[in-house]
Design a protein around this ligand. Structure first.
Ligand code: ACM
Length: 552
């Protein structure tokens, strides 16, 4: 009996009914949503759009109308209208009406559903896209599919929704160095992000185990640096499967991914990880390495871990190489943010390398209680690359190691070794993106029983722990303003297939979306879990995602 009551109350929690079709809990939950009486008939409803709405947004709205018509089995006409907004204000519209509303916050939107009309207001393209994403979650899940399903209940419950995100940067990261994923698989990754209103894909394109982007001036980066002789087997760092592995994304594939993401309102933030994590580049251009670095010759690394083989940044030739590479990548990606890595750069080789030591001397860098001379040498690299990229209109992001010593004004810190680096950065006035590993590393196991999951790097990060993350903990209100966003990271040492990638991403990305979007007062783990069980799982099923079916 108790169990039956639990099931009934979970079902009630997952859906609200108000004399209309039941309304599933939307994820991420809108800032406010008030159900009113009645419902709006969607099948065959006309779509109207204020004629001043940007042509690209009109295309997005038209695409939604066409898809709705296909799935609901009845045509939805699309018209642009002059003065539609004034008519909306006087409640003199019927059908769908899309109107600009400049007073709404960036990426915010409002939806008003009455039995006569669905009025959507937003001030930006992403605002309109998120309104459509919300409407889709209010429709039968068939809307996510490709098959006409005219028999479904094609009504939207009447309601008033006012929504805007808590954070402007809402990201997922993807490591394509340790393992590569096809263009189609990356598109599926982006599709899932878009359902949950994320707007940044942080694309980790280079590392010790493979260089994955063509650079015209340095062809050996992909000819040599994109291929390793084998891959370590499971957790045995002394092993090697002996199977050549690699590849890279061509310029046209990268353009295709950028354009696809852009259609979904997602910006791709490229990462060139420097000055460590560069062994693949050293295999291609050994002259950029530190003198006497062992073992030689350099090889694209076949195992996981932190390589000691790093760039000799004391050489001007190396710095020019870095500027050329980031310059070319900056020209490819429209993103204002450019990630320059900066994590896990061991100092061992720099301490022995005459060029690095000469540079330390030349710059007068000293070791003290704050930082070593080698830490300051990394500051020199970070600052120089930051300056170079800012000349191209870019803002740099670095992993939290870049904070050691002196970081240049305007840099954004990505806090991964817990929230500590992010807290320190925010207190110093740097913008921060929180990716605290214990809450945001989706390469960790998601269930307690490791034996029933694919191999993972370690750790234990269930859905509920992702959901519990508080990105501004430890900061007062004025410091918390520097927290610009939240991101989860997916490192792929142990993830070789698209299927496995989806399993690690989902459903934890759904929990993440409420951390990114919702004010703390809107968060409710039980609501999110029941929405997952009753509704989100059906969306993932219809789209064919491979996801972890158990939630802990
Ligand atoms: C990192 O996980 N090394 C940023």
């Amino acid at each position: 009996m108790k169990r039956l009551l639990c099931i009934i109350s979970a079902a009630l929690l997952a859906t609200c009914s108000f004399g209309a079709r039941s309304v599933p809990d939307i994820i991420p939950a809108p800032k406010s949503m008030e159900l009113t009486k009645g419902s709006f008939k969607v099948r065959g409803a006309a779509f109207n759009c204020e004629n001043t709405v940007d042509a690209r947004i009109q295309n997005d709205i038209m695409a939604f109308a066409d898809h709705l018509a296909l799935i609901s089995g009845k045509n939805n006409s699309f018209t642009t209208t002059v003065g539609l907004r004034a008519n909306c204000d006087k409640a003199k519209v019927s059908g769908f009406a899309f109107v600009p509303e400049e007073s709404l916050p960036a990426e915010g939107y409002r939806i008003s559903v009455t039995p006569k009309a669905v009025v959507v207001r937003a001030s930006s393209r992403n605002g309109f896209l998120y309104a459509i994403a919300t409407l889709k979650q209010m429709l039968p899940v068939a809307i996510y599919g490709k098959e006409p399903s005219p028999k479904e209940d094609w009504n939207i419950a009447c309601c008033e929704i006012v929504d805007e995100p808590r954070f402007g940067y809402r990201g997922m990261h993807l490591d394509c160095s340790r393992h590569m994923f096809s263009v189609e698989q990356i598109k599926r990754y982006l599709d899932a992000m878009a359902i949950y209103k994320m707007n940044r894909l942080h694309w980790h394109l280079t590392d010790d185990q493979g260089w994955r982007i063509e650079i015209a001036k340095y062809p050996r980066l992909t000819e040599v640096g994109a291929y390793r002789k084998g891959t370590q087997i499971a957790k045995d760092r002394t092993s090697n499967d002996g199977v050549r592995y690699g590849g890279y994304y061509t310029r046209s594939q990268i353009d295709e991914i950028i354009a696809y993401a852009d259609k979904l309102g997602i910006t791709i933030v490229p990462e060139i990880d420097l000055p460590g994590h560069m062994q693949a580049a050293l295999a291609a251009y050994p002259e950029l390495g530190c003198a006497g670095s062992e073992p030689q010759p350099y090889e694209v690394w076949c195992r996981w871990g932190i390589s000691k083989q790093v760039l000799s940044v004391g050489k001007e030739e190396t710095m020019r190489f870095l500027e050329d590479v980031v310059g070319e990548v900056a020209d490819i990606f429209p993103s204002e943010y450019f990630h320059i890595g900066g994590d896990e750069c061991p100092r061992d080789e720099w301490q022995k390398d005459p060029a690095c030591q000469a540079k330390i001397k030349e710059l007068g860098l000293v070791s003290d209680s704050e930082a070593s001379a080698e830490d300051r040498l990394q500051n020199y690299v970070t600052n120089r690359i930051q300056k170079y990229l800012s000349g191209k209109g870019k803002r740099v992001i670095g992993w939290d190691e870049v904070l050691k010593g002196e970081l240049g004004e305007g840099a954004t810190v990505m806090s991964w070794r817990g929230s500590k680096g992010g807290i320190e950065a925010a207190k110093k006035g740097f913008d921060v993106i929180m990716t605290a590993n214990k809450f945001m590393y989706f390469d960790y196991y998601q269930l307690q029983d490791k034996d029933i999951q694919p191999l993972a790097i370690g750790g234990y990060l269930p859905f509920s722990k992702v959901y519990s993350f508080d990105p501004t903990e430890g900061l007062n209100a004025s410091e918390a303003k520097f927290i610009k966003g939240v991101q989860a990271n997916l490192w792929t040492e142990y993830i070789a297939t698209g299927e496995h990638l989806e399993y690690m991403m989902l459903p934890r990305a759904i929990a993440l979306s409420e951390v990114q979007w919702c004010q703390p007062s809107r968060k409710d783990l039980e609501r999110a879990k029941s929405s997952m069980a009753e509704h989100q799982s059906r969306i993932l099923d219809i789209l064919g995602y491979n996801y972890c079916k158990t939630i802990e």
